[in-house]
Design a protein around this ligand. Structure first.
Ligand SMILES: [Zn+2]
Length: 445
């Protein structure tokens, strides 16, 4: 109304603790000008009340907000707070909003309110481990707040899994459930059943958040590990596998020059796959006109190394306890998981006692579930057992080939010091393996 405004410029913002998560939002806003104070609310309007109280003591000319919805999630709440501010002669500016007149402001608030309400519903479902919207996957139906088994369909999924575990053929397993149950599914669907986290009891949201043990699993953790192993063996090395830590990394040396070999990947000409090579880092004395040793195909060296390990290991392995035992690590991880599950179980009590409010309890529980999932994933990557227990298996190349590179890496790193390879007569050979738990054999003169 032409009244001249003088006084402080302050900023006000509002965040939803569930939807907006972290509490560093005020610092991340660029208000475009210097502000005397930032008032920031999380879930309630305490800071807004403080703003009103302080504006009565110190003349305040302007309040900056990002959007009109910072002042209220409904048109009524917005107009009430706008009235409170204008009654004190304060101008309100929404720095990130195009709406200037009341109608535009209300429309904006209503539009944002709706989408935030939907987002809030999804966020709460996620924090509480409820399934995402939509139909339940085959094998389940929607129960009260979680998936429950649809027994008739779950039996079919289970049959596909068991057939695959027995024969290792995805196509065969798909044919089997067609013949036995009259259930026709595409091979891609069969693969999804084998690999989907849902059948392993996990929920995965579009945001990438995972909730383990959200509902009864159709595939046990042991079967899941076996499925992953079988699928990996049937597959050529993908780009991801090629960049994963390799079991031979850091272990191989050229026996002629003694130099370490590093691993490098080469794309095939069609770009369809990867070839891995071991390349010498400092082979051949060029000053003396020596040619460097050639690069060695990774898979060939791995096969040769495994054959050699199968021959040498039983002699080298020595008494029990000399070799690493993944079960000790698994037990340690199990303790950590149990401790976190214990905390998770106490949350409802803490909330009831008022130590946590509802939203903090939800956030804390989502956080704990994520940590538990990470520990479980770590545990599932551990190889099957201690080497001394596996005495019968470790002499079989098949045992080593069935392990994933990560699992092999665990054993290799623990018990092998170096693998020496030699290129002779146009052939690669593994000339020696030095085991960590065995005195290194005397090197030839
Ligand atoms: Zn060399």
């Amino acid at each position: 109304m032409g009244r001249s405004r003088s006084g402080r410029v302050v900023a006000y913002g509002y965040g939803d603790p569930v939807l907006d998560g972290s509490s560093d939002a005020p610092a991340s806003v660029d208000w475009g000008t210097e502000v005397a104070a930032v008032y920031w609310d999380w879930g309630d309007r305490a800071a807004f009340e403080e703003l009103i109280t302080q504006a009565q003591q110190w003349p305040t000319a302007r309040v900056l907000v990002r959007r009109w919805s910072d002042l209220g999630e409904t048109a009524i709440a917005l107009s009430q707070r706008l009235n409170q501010l204008t009654a004190l002669g304060i101008e309100v500016v929404a720095i990130a909003s195009a709406a200037t007149d009341p109608l535009g402001q209300w429309e904006e608030v209503q539009r944002e309110g709706r989408s935030r309400q939907i987002g809030r519903g999804h966020a709460i479902a996620r924090l509480e481990g409820r399934p995402p919207p939509g139909r339940a996957p085959f094998g389940y139906r929607r129960g009260r707040g979680r998936y429950v088994l649809d027994r008739a369909a779950a039996v079919i999924v289970r049959d596909l899994v068991e057939h695959f575990l027995l024969y290792g053929s995805l196509r065969g397993a798909v044919r089997h459930i067609r013949d036995r149950h009259g259930q026709t599914v595409a091979v891609a669907t069969g693969r999804r059943w084998l690999t989907s986290p849902v059948y392993r009891g996990e929920l995965v949201y579009k945001t990438g958040d995972r909730v383990p043990n959200a509902h009864p699993a159709i595939i046990s953790p042991g079967d899941a590990a076996q499925i992953d192993r079988l699928l990996r063996r049937n597959q050529p090395l993908g780009p991801r596998a090629a960049s994963a830590p390799r079991s031979l990394a850091g272990l191989v040396r050229c026996d002629r020059c003694g130099c370490p070999m590093t691993i490098s990947a080469t794309n095939t000409r069609q770009g369809k796959g990867h070839y891995l090579y071991l390349r010498p880092t400092a082979c051949g004395d060029r000053d003396r006109g020596e040619r460097p040793c050639p690069a060695a195909p990774y898979d060939r060296i791995l096969t040769l190394a495994i054959a050699r390990i199968c021959g040498d290991l039983p002699v080298a392995i020595g008494p029990p306890g000399a070799a690493p035992d993944p079960r000790a690590i698994a037990a340690h991880l199990a303790d950590a998981i149990a401790a976190k599950e214990n905390l998770l179980a106490q949350l409802p009590d803490l909330e009831a006692q008022g130590i946590f409010d509802r939203d903090s309890a939800r956030l804390r529980s989502a956080h704990l579930r994520t940590e538990i999932a990470a520990l479980q994933a770590e545990r599932s990557r551990l190889p099957p057992g201690s080497l001394t227990d596996l005495a019968g298996a470790i002499v079989l190349p098949r045992f080593w080939h069935d392990l994933s590179e990560t699992e092999r890496r665990f054993y290799f790193r623990e018990f092998i010091r170096t693998i020496r390879i030699l290129h002779r007569d146009r052939q690669w050979q593994v000339s020696a393996i030095n085991f960590a738990f065995h005195p290194a054999p005397p090197s030839p003169p």
